[in-house]
Design a protein around this ligand. Structure first.
Ligand code: NDP
Length: 417
């Protein structure tokens, strides 16, 4: 039986048997363990309750020769199915290759009333060592971990004078680390420049990029009705359309973020930080661009490449407070930031592949609506095993509320007669 056809208990057992999940983590997931009350109350203001979402995995995503089980938290039924399908197609072709540039996060300290920016820049450059010492004193533990402030740059955006701090946050995402350092350095600069800083905070923009690439033999892309080389050519055309049509690029990228947001959320990272950075990167050229692009080579192979910034960590923030995020990090095998970035980028690429292949082939509604049928069944009140039975009953009729209600009513009538 395929993984998705197993019961939840069987899936957990399969992962334990494969050495991909510990007994303790399997028990944690099976019990639907809620957040401890004190943790929930501490993570947000005005807490009223908890908000559950399903956690699943994209199976067997091969990245740089290693196979990962990628935990994803999402409410959209087709996302994990598509990711697993994309991972399968990539694996048939040797998997995804991924690279990253060093994990650095920048802080910006901006002043509004610098009369002589050239002199101010000279001052900052001449006394950079002092700023380094201030930064180290503000966050000594990150220095002990081999990170901290690495470089200081000066620029003049518009009428402002800006000092950029380049910080290595090591295994953390780094927002708080950078903000702590930025505020301390800003206090020193305030004295030197005789004025308060307008702002001292990290930027969620990032020049540190993760790249995922896959090279596909079109023969592996065929569907029941369409030849693989025709699909490959249409995927390349659809990708080209996204480079010149913002309307398409936005939806193209939404499909990529379906996977990325779900994996980032499961890992306990800040989805808003990632989204803000990614969307800024997509628009950086002045025209909003697709994050992943596909082209045919002279030999007829289809090459896909996704490039994006991913401000994430494997420690810090809410990660240690969220037991499910820690389970997800272990299940995902995210031993360091580089692994997390590369797996997440590879996931985004195969998610895009699955979506484009469906779009240029059978369309996405066939698969979507089959999965959506279960959500529809729940919406009309189906419970327990009624959910799958109502979904099955919708296979040959329009998948709408009225039909779902009728199928459920018929089912219940049969049960009582
Ligand atoms: P933390 O403030 O939790 O800092 C990470 C901590 O993890 C460090 O202080 C360090 O403490 C500890 N740590 C343990 N091992 C390591 C290691 N190997 N490398 C680095 N640190 C280690 O988190 P971040 O600075 O990463 O900030 C992320 C949080 O900030 C997220 O919750 C995010 O939502 C939030 N945030 C985001 C903003 C944004 O994106 N604009 C703005 C403000 C906050 P020690 O060394 O003392 O053990």
């Amino acid at each position: 039986m395929k993984f998705y056809q197993l019961t939840r208990a069987q899936r957990l057992a399969a992962l334990v048997n494969a050495g991909q999940l510990s007994d303790a983590d399997a028990a944690f997931l099976a019990a639907d363990t809620p957040l401890p009350a004190a943790v929930a109350a501490s993570l947000t203001e005005n807490q009223l309750g908890q908000f559950a979402l399903p956690l699943g995995i994209a199976r067997d995503l091969r990245v740089n020769g290693v196979t990962y089980q990628v935990p994803m938290v999402t409410e959209e039924p087709s996302v994990i199915a598509a990711a697993s399908n994309g991972a399968r197609l990539a694996a048939l072709n040797g998997g995804v290759q991924a690279t990253t540039t060093p994990h650095l996060v920048e802080g910006e300290i901006v002043f509004e009333h610098v009369a002589d920016p050239v002199a101010a820049a000279k001052l900052v450059r001449a006394r950079t060592a002092e700023l380094m010492a201030v930064a180290a004193a503000a966050h000594p533990s990150i220095v002990r971990r081999g990170g901290g402030l690495q470089a200081v740059r000066v620029s003049t955006p518009g009428r402002f004078f800006k000092v950029t701090l380049v910080v290595a946050p090591q295994a953390a995402m780094g927002a708080n680390i950078v903000n702590t350092i930025a505020e301390a350095v800003a206090a020193t600069l305030t004295v030197w420049l005789a004025q308060p800083a307008l702002v001292a905070i990290l930027t969620n923009a990032s020049a540190q990029l993760t790249t995922a690439t896959v090279v596909l033999d079109p023969a592996t892309l065929g569907t029941k009705t369409t030849d693989g080389s025709a699909i490959a050519a249409r995927i390349a055309a659809l990708s080209e359309l996204a480079t010149c049509d913002v309307a398409r690029a936005v939806t193209h990228n939404k499909g990529i973020m379906n996977g990325i947001d779900a994996a980032i959320l499961a890992s306990g990272n800040d989805t808003r930080a990632v989204e803000a950075g990614v969307q800024a990167f997509a628009a950086a050229s002045g025209q909003y661009q697709p994050l992943a692009q596909w082209h045919l080579t002279a030999t007829g192979t289809l090459v896909g490449e996704l490039k994006l910034p991913l401000q994430v960590g494997v420690v810090g923030g809410a990660i240690s407070a969220l037991p499910a995020a820690q389970v997800a990090q272990r299940l995902g095998g995210y031993k360091d930031v580089v692994t997390l970035q590369q797996v997440v980028a590879a996931l985004g690429l195969v998610q895009n592949l699955a979506a484009l292949r469906a779009l240029v082939g059978p369309g996405i509604q066939a698969g979507h609506m089959t999965l959506q049928a279960r959500a529809l069944a729940i919406a009309v009140g189906a419970q327990g095993d009624e959910i799958n039975r109502v979904a099955a009953g919708l296979a040959t009729v329009p998948k709408d509320r009225a039909h779902a209600q009728a199928v459920l009513a018929a089912l219940r009538k049969d049960e009582t007669t």
